[in-house]
Design a protein around this ligand. Sequence first.
Ligand code: UD1
Ligand code: CA
Length: 459
Amino acid sequence: MTLEIVILAAGQGSRMKSDLPKVLHTLAGKSLLEHVLHAADELKPSRIHIVIGHQAERVSTSIDTSQTKAEINWVLQHQQLGTGHAVAQALPGVDTSSNVLILAGDVPLIQSATLKPLCEPGSGINLLTAVLPDASGFGRILRDSATGAVTAIVEHKDADKQQRSIREINTGVMAASATYLEGWLSQVKNNNAQSEYYLPDIIALAVQAGKPVSAFAANDVLQVSGINSCSELATLERHYQRQLAENQMANGVSLADPGRIDIRGDLTTGRDCFIDINAVFEGEVTLGNRVKIGPNVLIRNSHIADDCLIEANSIVDSAYISAQCQIGPFARIRPDTRLHAGSKIGNFVEIKKSEIGQASKVNHLAYVGDSKLGRNVNIGAGVITCNYDGTNKHQTIIGDDAFVGSDCQLVAPVEIGAGATIGAGSTITRDAPAGKLSLSRSRQIEFDNWQRPVKGKAK
Ligand code: UD1
Ligand code: CA
């Protein structure tokens, strides 16, 4: 029996009080829907049907379908008449011989390993339930007091006092054959507190039809936590980040405080790395061995090789940092930058789309953009590569062992030869020859009879 998956993502998420559709809110840097889609795809279904409605186009264009192995089928639910109605909209696109797994787009941390046993074709419904300390708001699982068999699900708003005291809940995840689903969903009514067609009503219908309902218990509360409000999103984010921090520590990373690190993507680490407080990692980041990350550092889509030190308050974005480099404090490394081994970028330095050669130094208050620096280059304080003429960007090339004095402007396109020295305060508009001193500053003048004004004595 082939597996097809339906993900429900048509609701607005009115409890989020946001213009952004709920499933597009992000958790650990990815949208809720992306998380669910990833877990779904790992189950290798033949197709994934995503039911959209509220801001449908915004939701569908947010997903890069080339990232999923399964075929994605977008299903429009014009009016959000309930979860049962939503699944019914998807069924015409589902092969009648398929087994169907239903997931909610707002339960982001569900894992494929938890879902796998539910996908085994059965003769009734497989249902994922959980026991929560506070079950308020969820659909409750009703069981036969004698046999313990699941008999129905009652939504919180429709539940009486006794039912509300039940702590076993419907996670929203269930699986059944397409033909059974179709039959049961056609019988679901909307005579309830929310006037909606509830998907969980099919449980009672299956029981009436004499079909078995198998409840699978989810032990990990995080996996089945649904997001309905900003507060729930923030709470889940913190729990999830804690889990990611634990994974890093289990892998040998020293964290100054596992409660103050944010990983919004994939962080791969070598041995003996140290990460100080408030570090944020976005996208794909790799750290080599013995890398030290200072406090308040943001690293996005970058590779940082062995023995690098990134000091406090620095940003490294889409860059390749070779071994033994030092960056910061307060440095900004912008996209398409490559630092060769042992180079040093100091405080208040911005590097953009540049290559910094081995052991070269840009230590203080400089801007280096669209440049290629050789080895052992020294860039003084306050140096600026003037790479932009208002229309086009131009390159600056600096040869090995060149020394650029403080406060120089290098007006690109321009080349500084190997071993050249540029005197402090120069504006360089022509290529500077190798091995020579180039200067372009006005001469100093002394005034013999000048006196400093004295306070209160106007002339
Ligand atoms: C639902 C379940 C509840 C369960 C809880 C688990 C129903 C009626 N209730 O409640 O038993 O405990 O999830 O988190 O199913 N959606 C659509 N179209 C619609 C309505 C909803 O696509 O017409 C989507 C939503 O976008 C959302 C998901 O279905 O992704 C669940 O809907 P939501 O309104 O959040 O249901 P809950 O009240 O959380
Ligand atoms: Ca929900």
